[in-house]
Design a protein around this ligand. Sequence first.
Ligand code: GUN
Length: 298
Amino acid sequence: MAERIDGKAAAAAVVDKVKTASAELAAIGTTPGLAVVIVGEDPASQVYVASKSRTAKECGFHSVQHTLAASTSEADLVALVEALNADPAIHGILVQLPLPDHIDAGRIIQTIAPDKDVDGFHLINVGRLGAGQVDEAFVPCTPAGSMILIEKARGRDLSGLDAVVVGRSNIVGKPMANLLLAANATVTIAHSRTADLAGVCRRADILVAAVGRPRMIKGDWIKPGATVIDVGINRVPAPDKGEGATRLVGDVDYGEAEARAGAITPVPGGVGPMTIAMLMANTVVSASRAAGREPPRF
Ligand code: GUN
């Protein structure tokens, strides 16, 4: 039976380290500042943003939230981001995605100053990570958090191990693959057009699932003893819990996978809590750099 990797505990440890670093910075006159911008009323986004703002306050940050109407123009959003870029009290800027259709999300992301881009979506940070400059880049929070969970199971050096990332998004799949490569794993990115996806997954010592399809990855796709990181968060009907009830499941069939994997992240309670913790980590790193201090390492 697989070891269950406890993302809640790992996230709490990251947040503790952030709190310590934040207090040290405050003592020398730099309170880390995080600005979160949300446009429109997408309910899932509102839940995420509230949670980010709450954790930021727990970390002792100066936390500001800008909630803008869905009708906000692209020019007004650009102007807000530029004002935050210029604000010395702000060290991290996050514009919650998705944005309304009339706004070019790519343009907004490229407007964020790269040294305040705590999401790691600016092309400068994408390029740093792609060039293997992991310590200089802001790394997107979900893959950064997944990497910490992988380290718990396998250590920091993944030499000789085969890693398969299922999913090729810019937010998870591609940066995840770059992090695994930087840690010396032999990396395959698989996706919806991959031939014999099950066979590719069966080669993986480390399998990262980031496709957004409930329980797509079956138990017999998993190499015995593999480390399985499930990034998926999918809401599915749960008639056993009553009429109209739902539950969250990952991209991996946990019940089946548990019997073969060496270690596996649950959903919920695996990668999810790490994402917000890494946003706090990136923000305190940014504030440390702004204060001329050696940033903490996570
Ligand atoms: N929407 C869903 N996940 C994310 C994220 O990590 N960052 C931003 N900015 N928006 C998101």
